[in-house]
Design a protein around this ligand. Structure first.
Ligand SMILES: Cc1cc2nc3c(=O)[nH]c(=O)nc-3n(C[C@H](O)[C@H](O)[C@H](O)COP(=O)(O)OP(=O)(O)OC[C@H]3O[C@@H](n4cnc5c(N)ncnc54)[C@H](O)[C@@H]3O)c2cc1C
Ligand SMILES: NC(=O)c1ccc[n+]([C@@H]2O[C@H](COP(=O)([O-])OP(=O)(O)OC[C@H]3O[C@@H](n4cnc5c(N)ncnc54)[C@H](O)[C@@H]3O)[C@@H](O)[C@H]2O)c1
Length: 488
C-alpha cells in the first residue's frame, strides 16, 4: 500500500489545476488511457480539426450559390488524419512525459484503472492499494452503447469491428464509403457533417422528428429543416438488429414508435456504424458506491457548489470532483471552470491543515449560470442559458425575437443562406435569459450575448450602448436585441 497527500483520478480537465501551488504534495495521478483525456485525444480538438476542412469542402461543393463553379475537392484521408493526430499525439506524450519526469519529482503517474475501496482508498487494476488524504475525481464519461440484437458490445471500437463510437471513429484507417450514424444529438450531427462533406455516404437514424432535441425547440426545428435538406436522415427509425459479415454491417430497421408508422427501408448496409447515443459518467466503473459517495440521476457524482463530493448529503473532507463525472453540462469549458474552482478550494483545504478544515467562506463557488455551447455541424448551432420552454417553465414573463440572417446586409452577401438568431429576455428586468443561433459561425456570433448575460447587462444596453460594425454579420444579433419588446 502506498499513501499519498493527493490522488488525482483522470488527466483530462483534472490535469489543468495541478500547478506549482501543489508542488509540496506527494501526489499520484491515475490515468488508464490517453493522457489529456477526451477533449484533446478524441473529443473537441480533433473533431474541430476535421470539421474545418469538411466545412471548406462543403462550401466548395455549394459554390454555385454564389455564382462560382462548384468543385468537389478530393480528400487525402490518411494525410488529414496524420496532420491532426501527429499534433495531438505529441501533446499527449508531452503531457505524460512532463508529469512522469524528474521535473515533477513529487508526482507518480499510475497508468492503470483504479476503483474505490473506501472513502480515501483505491485499488489499481494490478491490485496495488493506494490511499490519500485528499482526492480529486476527474474521471469523465464514456459513450453509451445501446443493446441491439446481433451487436457484440464488447467488440465495439475494436479495429476490425465495423461498429464504433467517437472514441475511435476519427482514428480508424480508411474513410468509410457508407456510414450509418445512430443518434441525432451533438456527436451525431458533428460527425454527419464531417463525413458527408468529405464524401462518405451518410445515413442518420433519428428516433424522433427533431434533430438536436435537447436545445430550444424552434432552433432545433430550424436546424432540422436545414440539415435534412442536404443530408439523408431516417426520422422515426431505430436499429432492430445488426449483422456484421465480410467487413460490412447490415442494420435491420424498425419504427422507433415516436412518429407512428414510418416508411423505412427494411435494411441498410454500410461499411461502418457510428454509435452516438449519449455519454454516461464513469461512476460505476470507479465503484463510487464502495466509497459511499452520493450519485445524482443514477449516474453523476453529487457535488456541492464548492465541487466537494457528497456522502449522505454532506461534503467528504478533502474529496473534490470536476468535469463530466459530476457536471450537469458535459462541456470542456465547464470542466475547465470547475477545475479552476477545485484548484482554488484544494489550495484552501491544504492551507487549512486537516482535510475539510477550510472555512466555507474561504471556498470558491462554481458558476453554472448561462452556460453556452455550440454544435459544429452544418449549419452551426450555438445556445446559451434557457430555452424558451425553460424560461416559461421558470415563470418568466418573456419577450422573444427571432431574426433571420437574411434580414441584414451580410446575409444578402451570403446569398440569403438560412440562419436565425433567437433571443429570449425577461420583460420586466430587460435581462437576457437565453439565446440560440443557427447558421454560419453561430459559435462566434453568440459571444456578445454570453458576455451580456455574464455581466448582467440589459438587452437594450447591449444593443444600443456599443458600436456594431456595419455591414458585419453580428448586425443580426443587434437587430434581434432591438426587436425585443419590454414593458413601459
Ligand atoms: C466527440 C466529442 C466532441 C466533443 N466536442 C466538444 C466541444 O467541441 N466543446 C466542448 O465544450 N465539449 C466537447 N466535448 C465534451 C468534452 O470533451 C468533455 O466535456 C470534457 O473533455 C470532459 O473532461 P473531463 O476532464 O471531465 O473528462 P475526460 O477528459 O474524459 O477525462 C477523464 C479521464 O479520466 C480517465 N479515467 C476515467 N476513469 C478512470 C479510472 N477508473 N482510472 C484511471 N483513469 C480513469 C480517463 O481515461 C480520462 O482520460 C466533446 C466530447 C466528445 C466525445
Ligand atoms: N460541440 C460540443 O460541445 C460537443 C460535441 C460533442 C459532444 N459533446 C458533449 O458530449 C455529450 C454526448 O454527446 P451525444 O451526442 O452522444 O449525446 P446527446 O445527448 O447530445 O445525444 C444523444 C442522442 O442519442 C439518441 N439516443 C439515445 N439513446 C438511444 C438509443 N438507444 N437508440 C437510438 N438513439 C438513442 C438521443 O435521442 C439523442 O439524439 C453531449 O451532450 C455534449 O455535452 C459536446
Amino acid at each position: 500500500m502506498t499513501h499519498y497527500d493527493l490522488l488525482l483520478i483522470g488527466t483530462g480537465s483534472g490535469n489543468m489545476f495541478l500547478d506549482k501551488r501543489f508542488k509540496g504534495l506527494k501526489t499520484a495521478i491515475a490515468e488508464e488511457w490517453h493522457f489529456g483525456g477526451t477533449c484533446l485525444n478524441v473529443g473537441c480538438i480533433p473533431t474541430k480539426m476535421f470539421v474545418y476542412p469538411a466545412t471548406l469542402a462543403e462550401q466548395a461543393a455549394q459554390a454555385d450559390r454564389y455564382n462560382l463553379s462548384p468543385t468537389h475537392p478530393q480528400i487525402d484521408w490518411a494525410g488529414l488524419q496524420d496532420r491532426i493526430f501527429s499534433r495531438i499525439d505529441a501533446i499527449e506524450s508531452g503531457g505524460r512525459d512532463y508529469r512522469s519526469s524528474d521535473r515533477q519529482p513529487n508526482i507518480t503517474v499510475v497508468t492503470e484503472h483504479v476503483h474505490f475501496t473506501g472513502q480515501k482508498s483505491v485499488r489499481t487494476a494490478s491490485g496495488e492499494e493506494i490511499t490519500a488524504d485528499r482526492i480529486v475525481i476527474a474521471a469523465g464519461a464514456h459513450p453509451v452503447v445501446p443493446s441491439i440484437e446481433g451487436l457484440d458490445a464488447a467488440r465495439v471500437d475494436e479495429a476490425d469491428y465495423p461498429v464504433f463510437t467517437s472514441n475511435t471513429v476519427m482514428r480508424r484507417s480508411g474513410q468509410p464509403r457508407r456510414l450509418v450514424i445512430i443518434g441525432s444529438g451533438i456527436i451525431a450531427m458533428e460527425f454527419a457533417h464531417v463525413f458527408s462533406a468529405l464524401g462518405t455516404e451518410v445515413t442518420v437514424l433519428a428516433r424522433g422528428a427533431r434533430l438536436l432535441g435537447s436545445i430550444d425547440a424552434e432552433a432545433a426545428d430550424e436546424f432540422t429543416r436545414i440539415f435534412d435538406s442536404s443530408h439523408s436522415v431516417l426520422h422515426g427509425a431505430q436499429a432492430k438488429h445488426i449483422d456484421v459479415a465480410d467487413g460490412e454491417v447490415t442494420l435491420g430497421l424498425e419504427p422507433s414508435g415516436r412518429l407512428g408508422e414510418v416508411d423505412l427501408p427494411e435494411t441498410i448496409t454500410a461499411d461502418g456504424v457510428l454509435i452516438a447515443t449519449g455519454r454516461v459518467p464513469n461512476t460505476a466503473e470507479l465503484d463510487v458506491a464502495a466509497a459511499g459517495f452520493d450519485v445524482t440521476d443514477g449516474q453523476r457524482l453529487a457535488v456541492d457548489r464548492h465541487q466537494r463530493v457528497l456522502s449522505a448529503g454532506a461534503p467528504v473532507p478533502g474529496v473534490f470532483a470536476l468535469g463530466d463525472i459530476c457536471s450537469p453540462h458535459q462541456l470542456k469549458h465547464v470542466a475547465n471552470h470547475e477545475a479552476k474552482i477545485v484548484g482554488r478550494n484544494l489550495d484552501a483545504d491544504v492551507a487549512a491543515g486537516q482535510p475539510g478544515a477550510a472555512r466555507e467562506d474561504d471556498l470558491a463557488a462554481v458558476n453554472h449560470h448561462a452556460v453556452p455551447g455550440a454544435v459544429f455541424s452544418s449549419p452551426q448551432v450555438a445556445y446559451l442559458g434557457m430555452s424558451e420552454q425553460e424560461a416559461k417553465g421558470a415563470g418568466h414573463d418573456i419577450t422573444v425575437k427571432v431574426q433571420q440572417f437574411s434580414d441584414v446586409a451580410y446575409g444578402w452577401a451570403m446569398a440569403d443562406d438560412p440562419g436565425i438568431v433567437k433571443i429570449i429576455a425577461d420583460r420586466q428586468s430587460r435581462l437576457i435569459l437565453g439565446a440560440s443561433i443557427v447558421g454560419h459561425e453561430a459559435s462566434m456570433l453568440i459571444q456578445p450575448l454570453i458576455q451580456a448575460m455574464a455581466f448582467g447587462q440589459t438587452a437594450d444596453e447591449v444593443a444600443t450602448g456599443q458600436y456594431w460594425i456595419h455591414p458585419a454579420l453580428p448586425e443580426v444579433v443587434e437587430n434581434a436585441l432591438l426587436g425585443l419588446e419590454f414593458d413601459d
